[in-house]
Design a protein around this ligand. Structure first.
Ligand code: T46
Length: 140
């Protein structure tokens, strides 16, 4: 997995009556959850994201259907298809993300480490490269 990203696997209890998946704050999540939001009703040809966050950490879960997520740093790129609702994608700060190929009825739920703050977004790709190159250089 690329730097500042990882997969997380949630506890899933499934039987003939259905499935239950649990996520516990302080145990499964590497940050304190400050916000939860979800995205649905996305047309199959729509693309979302195209930004990075300066500080925000998040876990993306696809509760229904499947979604393709491209994560990128100035040095690496990976495409992840979320299709199991017990599998989450952790995206740390300074990672560019693009979401596409939402299947009909797909629902994405996001657990976030901060309240909504537009000033934390980097939506311009040239500006992202400028800030991210500095950031990842300091990480080495
Ligand atoms: C991310 C990916 C995975 C709010 O008012 N409150 C919120 O909590 C959020 C998340 C968004 N908004 C507003 C901001 C925009 O006017 O909702 C509108 C759509 O947001 P955006 O275009 O950023 O949506 P996505 O799907 O491109 O990105 C979202 C998150 O914003 C982002 O943090 O990492 O999902």
């Amino acid at each position: 997995m690329i730097q500042n990203c990882k997969m997380m696997h949630c506890k899933r209890i499934a039987g003939k009556e259905g499935a239950l998946t649990a996520i516990e704050g302080g145990i499964d999540i590497p940050f304190e959850i400050q916000r939860v939001y979800y995205i649905n009703n996305v047309p199959g040809d729509a693309e979302r994201g195209f930004h990075s966050h300066r500080k925000l950490e998040q876990i993306l879960l696809c509760l229904n259907g499947s979604i393709s997520i491209t994560v990128r740093t100035p040095y690496e790129e990976q495409v992840i298809t979320l299709r199991e609702n017990s599998e989450g994608l952790y995206i740390g700060n300074m990672v560019w993300r693009e979401m596409r190929s939402f299947t009909p009825g797909a629902v994405m739920m996001v657990l976030a480490s901060m309240h909504y703050d537009e000033s934390d977004y980097i939506r311009d790709y040239s500006e992202y490269l400028r800030e991210a190159e500095l950031y990842f250089r300091e990480q080495r």
